[in-house]
Write a protein that binds this ligand. Structure first.
Ligand SMILES: [Zn+2]
Length: 353
């Protein structure tokens, strides 16, 4: 940590001397001043001290990053380090005294379990304080993946669903933004270097234009995967067998190249095939409640995710349902009726593939 107590005052490690006994502002245990040639000065608890405020062991990246972040977010108002919040037993890495509402910044350089990210985010929410998670180098090196998105992705105006990284070497914010998945489940997004808070607030609107799907290739790849006994496709295939269908023969009308928020596991195409198969097997009348239920069941079967720490999957599932129903209505397979939908004709499952 950068700040410690001495005679009821907070002292910055930069201004500390070794001759004095400093204490942790949270647990009030004695802390040691570390200053060396490699790392900027910081305080640390002695080994085996269990401090309630958590926080990570200081690294050069974390110590330096906090100072840089305090400067970067300075235009919002005075910034300070390691604000102790006793009611939620947390300590914010950097605190921005923004008006009307302050903001907490968490600079995360080490791994953190999803429960802990959720608990800390909920703590701030309880106090009505927005928290911004900024990720360090080890996270920036990772390929986009669900573990990262689940913990740290959030919606921001003009950035869409995004992840924020702080690059200590470059002293710069990097935003991976408009995170989404193509219809086959591949993660997509843009990376932008953001030099100032003003640029961060301005955002970078983007529109994604997905490429058309090569359905013959999709069918071919899935048939190979099924031959190999690919575990992810098996539960989907079992569901379709139960309806006397085969996955690779899915009706073309169920296909879509739409991009979605990145919650659909192996992609919205598989999801649409399942929902479509259930819908046409259940007809002639289907209710919104049935559609909802199938939407969530299909999400599970395609390895999708209903919850993340900082956003909900609910709107994405609702949008995907809306898109599917609109496509089926436009092509004459469904008709809107009071209390739901009516099947007009059964789609053809492709036999020649
Ligand atoms: Zn402590």
């Amino acid at each position: 940590m950068l700040m410690a107590e001495y005679q009821h005052h907070l002292i910055d490690a930069r201004n500390a001397t070794r001759q004095v006994t400093y204490r942790c502002p949270a647990c009030h245990e004695v802390v040691c001043l570390h200053r060396g040639h490699q790392v900027a000065p910081y305080f640390a608890h002695r080994p085996q001290t269990a401090c309630w405020s958590g926080g990570e062991g200081e690294t050069a990246e974390h110590v330096t990053g906090k100072r840089q972040l305090a400067l970067f977010f300075r235009p919002w108002g005075p910034t300070s380090f390691e604000r102790v919040l006793p009611t939620i037993q947390q300590r914010a890495d950097v605190w921005g005294a923004r008006t009307p509402r302050p903001v907490a910044l968490e600079f995360q350089c080490s791994p953190l379990a999803v429960d802990q990210v959720a608990a800390r985010t909920a703590g701030y929410r309880q106090l009505g304080i927005p928290v911004i998670w900024l990720l360090g180098r080890r996270y920036a090196r990772q390929r986009l993946n669900w573990r990262l998105i689940e913990r740290y992705a959030r919606w921001l105006p003009r950035w869409g669903l995004c992840l924020l990284f702080w690059d200590v070497a470059d002293q710069c914010l990097r935003v991976k933004h408009h995170l989404q998945q193509d219809a086959l489940g591949q993660y997509l997004g843009w990376v932008s270097r953001v030099p100032t808070l003003r640029a961060f607030l301005a955002g970078q609107p983007r529109t994604f234009h997905p490429r058309p799907l090569n359905l013959a290739r999709v069918r071919h790849n899935w048939s190979l995967a099924l031959l190999r006994g690919a575990a992810p496709l098996r539960p989907i295939q079992e569901q379709l067998y139960g309806l006397h269908h085969h996955l690779i023969q899915f009706p073309t009308v169920l296909a879509s190249n739409q991009a979605t928020p990145p919650i659909f596991g192996r992609g919205v195409l598989l999801w649409r095939i399942l929902v479509g198969a259930w819908l046409f097997a259940a007809g002639p009348r289907v209710t919104p409640a049935q559609l909802q239920r199938w939407g969530w069941q299909a999400l599970q079967l395609v390895g999708g995710q209903a919850t993340a720490v900082q956003f909900s999957a609910r709107p994405a599932v609702a949008l995907a349902l809306h898109a599917l129903l609109t496509d089926l209505e436009r092509t004459g397979y469904l008709r809107r009726a009071t209390g739901g939908w009516v099947v007009q004709q059964q789609p053809q499952w492709v036999t020649d593939s």
